[in-house]
Design a protein around this ligand. Structure first.
Ligand code: ADP
Ligand code: MG
Length: 361
């Protein structure tokens, strides 16, 4: 393989950045492979935008171990000379210019000749399916179309790295859903590296090759969507990824390959953990279980992965039924997607050990 195409497209090592007293990035490292769709996920204020601004050069970090784009050290390069562009939620378009003028603006100031410019603008507008509206003014476009213009403008120069800061945040739900699919297709077509920011776990799960979950300026967990969804490494990650039941437990025994036995309100649960080294036998931990993974039952066979409980509330939601119950381990949430397993009368719940995840407290 040629040297220029080897190695990751993005390498950020140990960034620290403060705004006055606020520690926005607290020793963050990020790597993205060539052609990867990497999503930075996190709640508002977790440092996502600051991270993108450091990568793009809009923000100069207080300290950084290394910052390379396509293998090139860019720490001292101004934003305009970095091989990346950013798409913002706010579009940041010129309202008085036409669609094609907006898309071609960057090429024009770089002195790209008119013919080449026209061709590249047309190609970019084709990719976002806006070629028929190239002479429209921005004010004559819908929100979704404006975001497509912003996208076309960002990809027209074919940067190595495309940074997207909550680009679908201003769109309504239906449009957001369609644009998610289009962005994934665009990513495939272009083969570019995308760094995508969102606070929506659903968006991150459906779009990404890999997710990086941020919390308070730190990386909480990185991995494939399946790993984030099924194998959280902390109580925060479990809660953020939607585990509704977080039960206090005690670690009884650590077994092989991530298997672990815990005790919850006197009952034994066989479970697994993605972080065995972070758990100590005899120590406190948290057992995380999704509401839909509990099975309501009446039988008490004295086995493991079982809690006695009493149903309290029932909510019909159309596609599924949510229930609450009081158990010997505290309140529980249950969700039934399947009418055949939905029952309003039960005195216990059980959960298969593959659906029981133990995380540190
Ligand atoms: P996110 O994009 O995840 O919502 P940000 O990177 O925008 O998070 O912000 C991280 C933290 O830094 C927050 O506490 C935010 O209030 C603070 N912050 C961001 N930008 C500035 C700024 N220009 N001046 C002061 N504080 C800022
Ligand atoms: Mg932000």
């Amino acid at each position: 393989m040629a040297a220029a195409t080897a190695g990751p497209m993005l390498e950020v090592q140990d960034v620290v950045h403060r705004y006055g007293p606020v520690l926005a990035l607290n020793h963050v490292s990020i790597t993205a492979a060539r052609g990867e769709f990497l999503t930075i996920l996190g709640e508002s204020g977790s440092g996502k935008t600051t991270m993108l601004r450091v990568i793009s050069g809009l923000e100069r970090p207080q300290s950084v171990g290394a910052l390379r784009i396509g293998g090139e050290d860019v720490v001292n390069l101004p934003a305009a000379q970095r091989n990346c562009t950013t798409v913002f939620q706010s579009y940041a378009l010129f309202p008085h210019m036409s669609v094609e003028e907006n898309v071609g603006y960057g090429l024009k100031i770089r002195g790209v000749p008119m013919d080449a410019r026209r061709r590249q603008v047309e190609e970019a507008l084709n990719l976002v399916r806006l070629h028929q509206k190239s002479s429209r003014r921005i004010s004559q476009l819908s929100g979704g179309e404006r975001q497509r213009v912003a996208l076309a403008r960002a990809i027209v120069t074919r940067p190595a790295l495309l940074l997207l800061d909550e680009p679908l945040g201003a769109l309504d739900e239906r449009l957001r859903y369609d644009m998610q699919t289009e962005l994934v297709e665009l990513h495939k077509t272009l083969g570019m590296t995308f760094i995508y920011i969102t606070h929506s776990q659903e968006e991150a799960l459906t779009m990404s090759d890999r997710i990086l979950l941020m919390r308070h300026g730190r990386v909480e967990q990185t991995g494939r969507p399946e790993a984030l969804f099924d194998r959280p490494v902390s109580r925060f990650a479990a809660a953020f990824m939607g585990f509704e039941n977080l039960l206090n437990c005690r670690v009884e025994r650590k077994l092989e390959s991530g298997r672990v036995a815990v005790r919850v309100a006197g009952r034994v649960f066989n479970a697994f953990t993605a972080v065995p080294a972070a758990l100590a036998e005899g120590g406190d931990a948290v057992l995380a279980i999704r509401a839909e993974r509990f099975t309501a039952t009446a039988a008490d066979d004295g086995g493991s992965n079982f809690l006695t409980c009493r149903p309290t509330e029932r909510f019909y939601r159309g596609k599924y039924v949510d229930q609450r119950a009081d158990s010997e381990a505290g309140p529980l949430r249950l969700r039934a997607w399947d009418k055949s397993t939905d029952t309003a009368v039960f005195s216990a719940v059980r959960c298969h050990e593959d659906d029981c995840v133990v995380v540190p407290q």
